[in-house]
Design a protein around this ligand. Structure first.
Ligand code: NAD
Ligand code: ZN
Length: 359
């Protein structure tokens, strides 16, 4: 069976297009007292962006924390906060949920929009195609580029038992607004780590056994854009990085990621290491699997003056290491994409453990 890929319905791209958000949302507002919920990364709470948010009278603005990667508990709390706010409004549901921030905030917006129309806890839906009801309208406005969360059909959540996305066609955004001016202020090393997430998506997709022309077309373009941004630093680097993120996301959507992402999930689950930095830490030790990609990654690191954290696993207990290995090995499609159908003979628990111990 071939995947019937659900894509984002509408895309705006361009410097300054953020100014158009109000008009775009106007079409979605159902009544005079309509409510749009804005989930905005709290890093912007004391910046000029706050005054540029296109809020109408009854809209709800929630500053979200991205100190931790999104947890199911936090998603449920945000959903409850929206429901409480709606209690004395004419409609039961808001007309939309708009996420403004990096991958974490975009994932929160996806998850909250889904949980407003699906009963229970978001932890119940971690997995594949468990969502029954369409989400409320949801849109994303990225302020960091690289994760591809703006185009993916997942929202990555850490639950009580697992770190796993809510993968569903209903997760996909109805609208994305890609304004390169919004990522211009992202500081290093965060900009670099999130950008490397995209670069690693390209390497893992292009080197994977699941590769096909759809993924290759997007992956090669995204890879070339990353090379330009991180090796030549052109004047329009922000525009290019934004399109790299988009194309990188499209590439893995129709193939899969690989060794680095599987191992980075283990680091995240046990140590709480965030996605971009975790991928960068792991990738530096994967020359055996991705020789060319790792060498180029190191050149990019040097050019951006990045010092990776080391000795992360030095003080882990045996139990923690076991968990790390277990969490990584659960990601079977990722291993199969990277190493083929017989991946279990190549990537044994001992091998993966030895790799972790180097980090
Ligand atoms: P992030 O959203 O976690 O943000 C990282 C930091 O940068 C935060 O402190 C944030 O406040 C800050 N920040 C964001 N924009 C900024 C700006 N313009 N200026 C200054 N600071 C800014 O980072 P990310 O790398 O974009 O996203 C990582 C998250 O995305 C993880 O939670 C990961 O699980 C998720 N993810 C999701 C998908 C998906 O397909 N859904 C794919 C990859 C990663
Ligand atoms: Zn990633």
């Amino acid at each position: 069976m071939f995947r019937n890929f659900k894509m984002v319905s509408r895309v705006v791209f361009g410097r300054g297009c953020f100014a158009q958000v109000s008009d775009i949302l106007k079409e979605k507002r159902s009544r005079d007292r309509s409510v749009m919920v804005f989930l905005v990364d709290d890093v912007f709470e004391n910046t000029s962006l706050k005054n540029r948010l296109p809020l109408e009278k009854d809209d709800l603005l929630i500053w979200v924390s991205t100190k931790d990667e999104p947890k199911t508990k936090y998603v449920d709390e945000l959903r409850d906060q929206v429901k409480t706010y709606m209690a004395d409004k004419p409609a039961n549901l808001p007309d939309g949920v708009i996420g403004i921030g990096g991958g974490a905030t975009m994932d929160l917006a996806k998850a909250v929009s889904l949980m407003l129309t699906n009963p229970g806890s978001s932890a119940d839906y971690q997995g594949w195609d468990l969502i029954k009801n369409p989400a409320v309208y949801h849109a994303a406005i990225p302020t960091l580029a690289g994760t591809g969360a703006e185009v993916s059909r997942t929202t990555v959540l850490t639950g009580p038992e697992k770190k796993l996305g809510i993968n569903s066609d209903h997760t996909v955004f109805d609208q994305i607004i890609l304004d390169p001016e919004l990522i211009a202020g992202a500081p290093n090393p965060q900009r670099f780590y999130t950008g490397m997430d995209c670069y690693i998506h390209c390497v893992e997709s292009l080197e994977g056994t699941f590769l096909n022309s759809f993924s290759q077309a997007y992956g090669e373009k995204a890879m070339a854009l990353c090379q330009d941004v991180f090796l030549s630093d052109p004047p329009d680097a922000d525009d290019k990085l934004m399109m790299a993120s988009y194309c990188g996301g499209m590439s893995i959507a129709y193939s899969q990621v690989g060794v680095c992402h599987a191992m980075s999930y283990g680091l995240a689950f046990v140590l709480g290491t965030h996605h971009g930095i975790g991928n960068s830490i792991v990738f530096d030790y994967l020359e055996e699997f991705y020789p060319q990609g790792v060498r180029e990654f190191r050149r990019m690191m040097e050019k951006s003056n990045i010092d990776l954290p080391r000795n992360l696993t030095a003080n882990l207990s045996e139990a923690q290491l076991d968990t790390m290995v277990r969490v990584a090995l659960v990601m079977e499609p990722l291993w199969e994409n990277a190493l083929g159908k017989d991946w279990k003979t190549i990537m044994t628990p001992e091998k993966i453990r030895a790799l972790y111990l180097k980090m």
